[in-house]
Design a protein around this ligand. Structure first.
Ligand SMILES: [Zn+2]
Length: 307
């Protein structure tokens, strides 16, 4: 009897210690929620195994049109940090935060990080844009995350945010970031070499989400299928665009996975070009499952299509 009770006690003790240990591990990690998967990948690069990162959207989604779901609020409820893209790409996150009732991530809290801070936005309208007419880039182009030349700035902002919440890990975060930037540097040399022969090539996009990437590698965007960002293509606009593409000898149309690919193919055919689906985000297409892999995918797709 005494033996049995001792075993039971021992068993309970082991169980308790085990549970405490696993809770401690989970509690040690900084819980981060990002609005888009590109930022999840970059946060994992900086945070390593000291963070647990979840994204509110997937790469196969159009971020402009993300719907706020209860699952988003649940993720945000237990977050220490929320990292958003900003520049009007993910304003829906405010609604999710409202439902999450977590003071850590409300606007102005130390756990709220906007990575558009410090990014020189492109395509900032010179005249006032009326958002009610459907333009989804009212304050400039928000799709800067997959420009590898901006990753140092973005990861610096992420680093500062993580350090604010977990200052004891500053050294590790800084080392992780330097390791990542080293890998990115190596990849950058490769990417520049691949795209060097097609420098100056002209392309058309369905939705203008590649301007930072194109500019970085010396490619030229001559037009978009959408009349204005977020506004569906009108027939008159497409007729003009096809003429322009023929005049300027444009060979490719860059398409996001959720765009009307059939329409893009028809336009491409009329203009003597071809439409290619791009990794518009981490996870948008097969093989683009982290930041560097997504850019690898895009560089390869463009280098091949423009050859
Ligand atoms: Zn957009």
């Amino acid at each position: 009897m005494a033996m049995r009770s001792r075993i039971t006690t021992l068993f309970a003790l082991v169980l308790t210690v085990g549970l405490t240990a696993s809770f401690a591990n989970a509690a040690d990690k900084v819980r981060v929620v990002t609005t888009i998967p590109d930022l999840k990948s970059l946060t994992e690069a900086v945070g390593g195994n000291l963070v647990e990162v979840d994204s509110l959207t997937r790469g196969t989604q159009n971020f402009h049109e993300a719907e706020v779901r209860p699952s988003m609020m649940l993720k945000l409820r237990r977050a220490d940090i929320m990292i958003e893209n900003g520049a009007d790409l993910d304003t829906w996150a405010d609604v999710a935060v409202l439902g999450a009732n977590n003071p850590n991530v409300v606007r102005g809290a130390p756990g709220r990080i906007d990575v558009s801070r410090g990014i020189p936005l492109l395509e900032v309208p010179t005249t006032r844009v009326d958002r009610s007419m459907g333009d989804v880039h009212p304050g400039g182009n928000p799709h800067f995350s997959l420009d590898p030349g901006l990753a140092p700035t973005i990861t610096q902002t992420i680093l500062e945010g993580l350090v604010r919440l977990a200052p004891q890990h500053r050294g590790t975060f800084e080392r992780n970031r330097q390791d990542f930037l080293g890998r990115l540097d190596g990849a950058m040399t490769r990417w520049n070499k691949s795209l060097e022969p097609v420098k100056g090539a002209k392309v058309v996009v369905f939705h203008p989400d590649f301007i930072y990437f194109l500019t970085r590698f010396g490619l030229v965007q001559v037009g978009a299928l959408e009349d204005r960002p977020g506004i569906p293509p009108s027939p008159q606009h497409l007729v003009r665009l096809i003429r322009e593409m023929k005049d300027q000898k444009v060979k490719v149309i860059l398409v996001e996975p959720w765009n009307d690919v059939k329409l893009a193919n028809r336009v491409a055919e009329d203009a003597g070009a071809r439409a290619i689906v791009m990794a518009s985000a981490v996870g948008a297409v097969k093989g683009a499952d982290n930041y560097i892999a997504a850019i690898d995918y895009n560089v390869k797709a463009l280098a091949e299509a423009l050859r």
